[in-house]
Design a protein around this ligand. Structure first.
Ligand code: AMP
Length: 422
């Protein structure tokens, strides 16, 4: 006792957290649902390292972005190489695509990933320094049908989690053909209003003026209301592409709102960008974001490979997950195997194993709790059934089963009980 009083505790790093049961069980069910839905659309998993060369993100996400400028967990390894804990997943997928010559595989290539991401942001509700994303990418196609597929897949996943009222926001940020002209006009207009912009936006002016639309500072928000919109400057190709996506969503019965100011924070997007937001989340209201990135793979030294992807923020999704899904994922029935005296423990060990062989969860009472304490424990753990093994049961090859929900208790042959589980 005295040692633990004196010994200082070690706590988790600021902005990171432990995900404990039963929450971890719900996380797992949510991830399994994502994997199942994405598989149904033909996507397969790619696992990339958590550590990457810093250069990867500088070249892909863009030097002028907040992520690269302020938020990267960057460090030197023992040989002095600059490494980074990944802040997002797409750049790693693109790197892997180039590194493993995946262009030689049949196209388009459909991939999904999940895992932790790291950003040195100010922690707050819904914003962590280690957070989790599930993402998907379709590489090697320019077709607007691929954009549509992504949105339909996201919608399907959210629907199967039980969400009803989430808003999909959609926009086009144009391409190499139409964006430069728009950008020039936007920069000119912004220069004229420079005194109304925050320091960050003044800096963004030369690097990526579109990002001013992302700024949360009130004077900047006010300023953008009078700016020209990319939507009014799209070239023929971008307009047709966008119309085709919008029309496809309508046909699929998915409502999506156009958001002219949606530009997304990263440099690599072209044409389609989208977000799903929830009114239940407060300030950090984006659950997922994605978009087309037709140049990224080229920028990383690969062949011309148009692609589109999205990433879902699992932490935020978990915060607003419908109760129906949460409850269903915690509903796996559990048998609690309770030997009524220490001498029946070996027999109880065997019985627990036989139950598990039926693919049913069995928790064994290993500490010899007396019945009253054991029943309290079963109650707290919300076990479904208690399976007693005492003198009579062992002698007669039977078990006594108590249904915790109804309180009903019955004795039966052990084989009959085991068969009833399947
Ligand atoms: P992004 O990669 O910035 O497009 O983010 C995609 C999604 O990841 C967002 O919509 C959020 O749900 C989630 N996300 C991004 N940053 C964080 C963070 N610091 N903490 C928790 N979730 C995050």
């Amino acid at each position: 006792m005295s040692a633990s009083k004196k010994t200082p505790r070690v706590n988790a790093v600021k902005g990171t957290r432990d995900i404990l049961p039963p929450d971890s069980v719900v996380w797992q069910a949510m991830e399994q649902k994502a994997m199942r839905v994405f598989s149904r659309f033909g996507y397969r998993e790619i696992r990339t390292p958590v550590m990457e060369p810093t250069e990867l993100f500088v070249r892909s996400i863009g030097e002028s972005t907040d992520i690269v400028n302020k938020e990267m967990y960057e460090f030197k390894d023992k040989k002095g190489r600059s490494l980074c804990l990944r802040p997002e997943g797409t750049a790693s997928v693109a790197r892997a695509y180039v590194e493993h010559n995946l262009r030689l595989q049949p196209h388009p290539l459909r991939l999904y990933y999940l895992g932790p991401m790291f950003r040195y942001e100010r922690p707050q509700k819904g914003r962590y320094r280690q957070f989790y994303q599930i993402g998907a990418e379709i590489l090697g196609t320019e077709s607007p049908s691929a954009d549509l597929e992504m949105l339909v897949m996201v919608h399907r996943f959210l629907k199967e989690l039980g969400f009803r009222e989430l808003s999909i926001l959609l926009n086009s940020v144009g391409c190499d053909q139409c964006r430069p002209e728009y950008r020039a006009e936007l920069t000119e207009k912004l220069r004229a209003k420079k005194d109304q912009l925050c320091q960050d936006c003044i800096q963004r002016l030369d690097q990526n003026p579109l990002r001013v639309f992302d700024c949360k500072v009130p004077s900047c928000r006010e300023t953008v209301t009078s700016l020209p919109l990319i939507g009014d400057h799209l070239c023929e190709g971008c307009r047709e592409h966008h119309d085709r996506v919008v029309e496809g969503l309508q046909r699929a019965g998915i409502s999506a709102g156009r958001d002219d100011g949606l530009v997304r924070g990263l440099d690599y997007y072209t044409r389609t960008v989208f977000e799903v937001v929830s009114a239940d989340l407060g300030a950090q209201n984006a659950i997922l974001g994605g978009g087309r990135y037709d140049r990224l793979i080229q920028d990383l030294g690969g062949p011309e490979t148009p692609a589109i992807g999205f990433a879902i923020g699992e932490d935020r999704l978990m915060e607003i997950l419908p109760d129906s899904f949460r409850e269903a994922s915690l509903r796996e029935p559990v048998c609690y195997v309770l030997p009524l005296a220490p001498e029946y423990l070996p027999e109880a060990e065997t019985l627990a194993l036989q139950i598990r062989e039926q693919d049913v969860v069995a928790v064994l009472e290993v500490d010899g709790r007396p019945v009253r304490a054991a029943m309290k424990y079963a109650d707290r753990m919300t076990f479904d059934r208690v399976v007693f093994l005492g003198e009579d049961e062992v002698a007669g090859g039977t078990v006594t089963v108590k249904e915790m929900r109804t309180g009903e208790q019955s004795a039966m042959e052990r084989d009959v009980f085991l068969n009833s589980l399947t």
